[in-house]
Design a protein around this ligand. Structure first.
Ligand SMILES: Nc1[nH]c(=O)nc2c1ncn2[C@H]1C[C@H](O)[C@@H](COP(=O)(O)OP(=O)(O)OP(=O)(O)O)O1
Length: 178
């Protein structure tokens, strides 16, 4: 477990920046996820996303690029809804990851399997949390539930790559500058 001051120091370290986008079909109460076929998080269901590259003009542009690369569709109204920092408490040299979370309600194109992801729609009440990152069950409701659709910020501490140790999560009026 990290001491409070260690947590603060770790949060301030230079972060690696990622995107994660959920395509939501409210009318049919379902969300589009992808099974990751390669690399980090292989075998987990997740939204679409990846590292923000220097060539991406904005974080939103990075989120749209990753969605297109991974699922072959174009989000038309993606909006950032949350920011989460992931910290690996047993790997002090590994920088924290800052993941910008986006939600899109409309898109063009037809979702297709790619080398990286196998897309599939899941009803809101049958999201496969057992085969997802352990943090997801805590913040997905904030993205999916329209009534509670506020922005959110959180920090999740992991050890041994996939074991969630503890976390903080709060709803906010607007996302902080980073
Ligand atoms: N604990 C976690 N919970 C979650 O829901 N998504 C997480 C997560 N930790 C990482 N992610 C997401 C963020 C990002 O969308 C993805 C990791 O990105 P990738 O490794 O797929 O990046 P890239 O596709 O840029 O990598 P390469 O293609 O290997 O260069 O996993």
């Amino acid at each position: 477990m990290l001491r409070e001051e260690d947590k603060e120091t770790r949060k301030k370290k230079k972060k690696k920046v990622f995107t994660l986008l959920l395509v939501v079909d409210d009318e049919n109460e379902r969300v589009l996820l992808g099974e990751k076929k390669t690399g980090f998080g292989k075998g987990f269901w997740n939204g679409f996303g990846g590292k923000v590259e220097e060539s991406d003009p904005t974080v939103l542009a990075a989120a749209l690029r990753e969605l297109e690369e991974e699922a072959c569709i174009q989000a038309l109204d993606a909006k950032e809804v949350g920011r989460i920092t992931f910290i690996w408490i047993d790997e002090p040299e590994k920088p924290p990851w800052l993941v910008h979370i986006f939600r899109a309600d409309t898109y063009s194109g037809q979702e297709r399997e790619t080398e990286e992801m196998r897309p599939q729609w899941f009803p809101f009440d049958a999201i496969p949390f057992q085969q997802m990152w352990a943090d997801d069950q805590h913040w997905y409701p904030l993205v999916l539930n329209r009534q509670k659709r506020k922005n959110f910020e959180g920090t999740f501490n992991f050890k041994e790559v996939t074991t969630l140790v503890d976390f903080e999560l709060k709803e906010v009026q607007s996302l902080s500058m980073q």
